[in-house]
Design a protein around this ligand. Structure first.
Ligand SMILES: CC(C)[C@H](C(=O)O)[C@@H](O)C(=O)O
Ligand code: SF4
Length: 464
């Protein structure tokens, strides 16, 4: 009998070109995604006079530097990065979803949307949130600049084999509890370093019940638990999602691919280095209160007291966090007022995210500045076809252009010092959304609720 294998084992084994004695494996890379930040690595290729090894397996789209307020003037550095990417697409012949093309958007939204992301593939991008693509059963991870250049030149990458971890989310999530809440509750439980060095496979009834969009959110945040990658084994939901997507296999190829995808499972009895189980029924909408994604609480929670911390160092750290965040121990999450709301990012800017936010916004009025930044031009178009833009606009939200925008502010979209932002993004680090800005991570519906109430509000009350 053969040893039971995990989904990860299968993909790793089928892509290993060489295994070295020192623990490194040369992996074949099926897809390389580029954004306007990582495409700068072409410089490293040009220095050596090398061609792009596989333009047909390379895809790019600008996202970090693009203006979200329409065709505003970009300052020279960002403009040059965007122009260079366009030039490199022409010079090397990779597929580029450029500005002005409705397919342009955040790389991690565009890949799945176009069917570039597929089960069983290895995928890399010079971006930490590449873990997102694992939602379709791909092994996808972020890489550094020299690694990007290595992939450009060779279509291969040296990697140490990561450890494996299975996270089962069992039972059914209550109404109003979504993938974002699962991700935050999980990170609160295992810690921001809880999955360091591991590839996570998400399993269990609540994960199976998620749509692809929910799985994308969940896998997106794997990196915030320290994981190398996150993945969900492909199933009928995955196959339905991929059917008809432009870069997915078609016709007879699709039939062959489907048979292959269905075999991408974790065998009964396969052993993981670590297993964690979460009960979905016990979850609530989550809000972060600190400067790490692990600082997350159910919306009915209260700000923790540093005096009750495990030790002196933890207490001191918590005091510094609360000082930065402008919060007091014991304060109820629902009493915290927000200054601004941001709905967007590769975590939560897909059509289902916008629908969930619009459901809350409908017939209400924002009492704070609130932005909606769709993840791609196609998401924007779809939302407009459904009238969601009108719902948002009538409620007072700003309806903006696709890109990373205020998730990281690399395009200049930042909050003001001291501002408190309810944000559907994945990182609440100090200064992430602008110097001195206080970020609270929430789901799209919770963000919309904060926009219309001016404070964190259990969205389940608004939807009741
Ligand atoms: C700019 C980019 C390399 C960075 C990342 O690696 O994730 C960004 O996307 C982020 O989310 O912080
Ligand atoms: S949306 Fe945010 S997290 Fe995602 S790639 Fe852009 S900056 Fe990074």
């Amino acid at each position: 009998m053969t040893t039971p294998r995990t989904l990860f084992d299968r993909i790793w084994a089928s892509h290993a070109v060489v295994e070295r004695d020192d623990g490194y494996t040369l992996l074949y890379i099926d897809r390389h995604l580029m954004h306007d930040g990582s495409a700068g690595c072409f410089g490293l290729l040009h220095e050596r006079g090398l061609p792009l090894r596989r333009p047909d397996r390379s895809f790019g789209t600008p996202d970090h530097f693009v203006a979200s307020g329409g065709a505003g003037p970009l300052e020279p550095l960002r403009r040059r990065a965007l122009e260079q990417m366009t030039d490199n697409a022409a010079r090397h012949g990779f597929t580029m979803f450029d500005l002005g093309d409705a397919r342009q958007g955040i790389a991690h939204v565009v890949g799945p949307e176009q069917g570039v992301t597929q089960p069983g593939l290895t995928m890399v991008c010079g971006d930490s949130h590449t873990s997102t693509h694992g939602a379709l059963g791909a092994l996808a991870f972020g890489i550094g600049q020299s690694e990007v250049a290595h992939v450009m030149a060779t279509q291969c990458l040296w990697q140490r084999r990561p450890k494996s971890m299975r996270i089962r989310i069992e039972g059914r999530a209550p109404a109003g509890v979504v993938a974002k809440d699962m991700a935050l509750a999980l990170i609160a439980r295992i810690g921001a370093g809880g999955a360091t060095g591991h590839v996570i496979e998400y399993a269990g009834e609540a994960v199976r019940a998620l749509t692809i969009e929910g799985r994308l959110t969940l896998c997106n945040m794997s990196i915030e638990a320290g994981a190398r990658a996150g993945m969900v084994a492909p199933d009928e939901i995955t196959i339905d999602y991929l059917r008809g997507r432009p870069y997915a296999p078609q016709g007879a190829d699709l039939e062959k691919a489907e048979a292959h995808w269905r075999a991408l499972v974790t065998d009964e009895g396969a052993v993981f280095d670590r297993e964690v189980t979460l009960d979905a029924a016990a979850l609530a909408p989550m809000v972060t209160w600190g400067v790490s994604p692990e600082d997350a609480l159910p919306v009915d929670g209260r700000i923790p007291d540093p005096a009750a911390a495990a030790d002196q160092a933890a207490g001191d750290g918590m005091r510094r966090t609360l000082d930065y965040m402008g919060l007091t121990p014991g304060e109820a999450i629902e009493s915290i007022e927000v200054d601004r709301v941001f709905i967007g990012s590769c975590t939560n800017s897909r059509i289902e995210d916008l629908r969930a936010a619009a459901l809350v916004a409908k017939g209400r009025k924002t009492v704070r500045p609130a932005w909606v930044v769709p993840g791609s031009g196609l998401v924007k178009r779809q939302a407009e076809a459904e009238g969601l833009d009108a719902v948002f606009r009538e409620a007072g939200f700003e309806w903006r252009e696709p890109g990373c925008s205020m998730c990281v502010g690399m395009n200049g979209d930042t909050g003001r010092p001291g501002e408190r932002i309810a944000s559907t993004t994945n990182r609440n680090f100090q200064g992430r959304q602008g110097q001195g800005v206080r970020t609270h991570l929430v789901s799209p519906a919770m963000a919309a609720a904060a926009a219309v109430e001016g404070r964190f509000t259990d969205v389940r009350r608004l939807l009741a």
